[in-house]
Design a protein around this ligand. Sequence first.
Ligand SMILES: *Cc1c(COP(=O)(O)O)cnc(C)c1O
Length: 229
Amino acid sequence: MTAATPPLEAPPLEAVVAGIAHAARLAGRKPADVTLIAVSKTHEAAAIRPLLDAGHRVFGENRVAEAAAKWPALREAYPGVALHLIGQLQSNKADEAVALFDAIHAVDRPSLVEALGKAMAKSGRRPDCFVQVNIGAEEQKGGCAIADLSALLDSARGAGLPVVGLMCIPPADLEPAPYFALLAKLAREAGLDRLSMGMSSDYATAVTLGATHVRVGSALFGARGSAAA
Ligand SMILES: *Cc1c(COP(=O)(O)O)cnc(C)c1O
């Protein structure tokens, strides 16, 4: 063979881990203070196993039913998995979500706070809760309004939810940094030290602005809904 070997590219997991570490160091932070949530929604077990085999243990799903179908078997095969619910949660699925997930990222309204409080009291399980903020005040998006945040945090704490931080999804097609900075400011004011922000296209920016949890899907698994997915 005379053709030159193409340069070896780092596997996606290594590349994202390195990107997080680089961004953390730029901001004077420790890479270990950022948790990479590998968002495996829509991907089957066969696509998830390579990450588990590489030692990764933190995953995110956005639908309770899909997670319930996929993860019990994977968890049995790979002990130590932490599963994060990153999508909207209907109150009638609160019991199932509390049973299945280790963290819930989209607590955004009083009815859900109440349902989660009851589910936790019943089961004795207390997954970490992030309150989602509708950071760009977009009509169609989940998350509580900034004006309602402090009341929602009060009621979540009152209901016994272990609130650990805030989560946001900035408006698509706009520079995300100002929104990440705003979420960080809101968290500081509320005395919360965890920030769930940053996805495939902007996780490095989010890390420089204080993200403790980045939710990365397509950069690890490829595009959703493509032939390969
Ligand atoms: C799907 C999803 C992600 C991951 O998005 P990518 O762009 O594929 O990294 C992150 N957060 C939430 C809430 C999602 O639904």
